[in-house]
Design a binder for this molecule. Sequence first.
Ligand SMILES: [Zn+2]
Length: 365
Amino acid sequence: LQQITIRRPCDPHVHFRFGLMLALVAPLHRLFHWSLAMPNVPEIRDADGALDYRLQVERAIGTDGDRAPIIVPTIKLTHATTPRMIARFAGDHYVKAAKLYPCKKGAAAGVTTGSHNGIHDVTLLTDVFKAMQSAGVILCIHAEDPDTADPWLREEAYLPQVEWITSHFPGLRVVIEHISTAVMARFVEDAHANVAATITPHHLRWTRADLYDGGARPHRWCCPVLKTVEDRAAVRRAAWYCERVFFGSDSAPHAIEAKEKDGGAAGIFAPAEITMAAEAGRFLGGEAGLTFGPDLAVYRAHFEQFVSLRAPAFYGLAPAEDTIVLERTDWRVPSSYGGHDGLPTVVPFLAGETLWWRVVPDAAG
Ligand SMILES: [Zn+2]
């Protein structure tokens, strides 16, 4: 069997949830060297919350022989976040980033408790951004404007807010999460060295047409919503060429009952064994009959850059010293995970599809 070896990958964008969902999904992320845990569900707003959540996730993810996967916690920025909270937060070397979720202007106006819903005006965070810049805390941005009614236009509508941040705080390292449009891909490619982006495997694979593939497909419904063929081509190009663009699964599990209903939840559940196999197939090919020439080494190098090397470089974390092996063999993705021992049933990315590459289970695991 044809095999390739890459440095162990990292996932700088994952939603681990809590309780039984955490118990189900965390072990399915054990493959990664480190994972950046998003702070929205449960909501994490300060250093104490971040460190407590880190321990919860580490317990749930477990160890792999001698290797303990690293959980990098984040906090959610609100209009109540202070520079002092950032300084305290930055004191722990595990803590690397704070996440900006935009909220509707109307929702926040005149409502004090609305300060916990997210950020309605980035200019009000000037002192917080200054504190993050000097402490070296990375700003992760969910770049979508919730005041734009059409979900297909929300990402580009948020670009002026992103530009305001990156131009006023050039020393602040910024990661624009899950970019999905040609407009945002071009912005990141042309931006200065402190601006990076993640791209999900689902935005690299699907377009909006895949939402209506033989009927409505609720397990492909996500935020940002899937875009056009042209947008997908632009993010694919950025994933290949731009050294500040890296993999981020945005794995966001919901129980099957929450997805398959009117008003179903957005989010795609993306276990490591699926995303790594899917990305291997996208970078390396391998459809039956395809033979690899000397180009395989080039494809392998780009794949490794995208999933294993660029994120640690930008985050200032060491890349993994150890490696994983993928082999060229057909493999069928499970139709669901969980559903036993009280665990929720969750339908994964590419459920039931056949992939061309498979992560070789670790002999120690
Ligand atoms: Zn996310």
